[in-house]
Design a protein around this ligand. Sequence first.
Ligand code: GLY
Length: 358
Amino acid sequence: MINIVKVPIKTSVDYDVIIGRNILDIIPKRITELKNKCSVVIITDDRVDSLYGKKVSESLTKNNIKNYKFVFKNGEKSKNINTLSHILEFLAENTINRNDLIVALGGGVVGDIAGFAAAIYLRGIDYLQIPTTFLAAIDSSVGGKTAIDLEAGKNLAGAFKQPIEVLCDVETFKTLEDNIFDDGVAEAIKYGVLFDEELFYRFLNGKVDSKSEDIIDIVKKCVEHKRDVVIGDEFDTGKRQLLNLGHTIGHAIEKCSDYKITHGHAIAAGMAIIARATELKKINDEKIVNKIEKALIKNNLPIDSSYSIDELFEKTTRDKKVLGSKINLIIPKKIGECELYNVNVDEVREFIELGKGE
Ligand code: GLY
């Protein structure tokens, strides 16, 4: 069965997030329905290419859709200005024009960099998101944030550019390594803590894996939460910042590890650290630490980081969420409800100290 979440966006065309099983086959049909005759550039990484690149490219060719493929080395380290530059040159060399289409086939790194290329090539061309990781399906593929990393930190250059559609085939999650699937679990737990007690309890009650029967339902619920936030604050000036629960410290952990600790694992630890700190500061409405830690542990996710307070604090001050000397931390009030908490950057050190319990 196919599920559709509609995303009505003020600044661009409304689009659908289509969620189902074994739906990669419908890509040519969807492109034909969404676009006039066009060429397609598939942007993907070497790992996803070996699994699905040929299949997608062959089905486009079979349906008389001219297509090209740009493949780069998998991993966060590729999400940089050099890869972006190679993608842009590839588009130009193949005389891709404004009517053509980029297809981002892969996880968050692919979606972010392909989306950014789509935002700036010829001042903007259409792109289609085909997330192949649980994490990308419930977060980066929806909402139009595109980016690359700079030496100084993650996602420091980018643009808002909404896709024309998101097509999520949950069968692709079955080829993920367990820890990469679990990156998505961390984000899904985050949506539970932010907005949805029932969703949170799904993870507190047991491990979710790629074969879980309710995976489509979980993806749909997370995408609906993300959609609701994005349509209220597309450009991230208010409520959308709630999605950064666990991310201020999480991004610092990722950066400290030189991206060896993957995004979901880092934000899981960031979420647990912030929960412990806020409980000690008595700014929650109910006790949450025990539940959050249990849900994370049950799903093989970390609840702390081995980096020192100094290391984490230093990286936190470089985060793009810092505005002047202030930063919005996201504070869990209770399971299903969080709020923005505007603090001086210096105060973040106290949160890290309390959360790490050193
Ligand atoms: N990943 C957070 C956002 O899209 O706002």
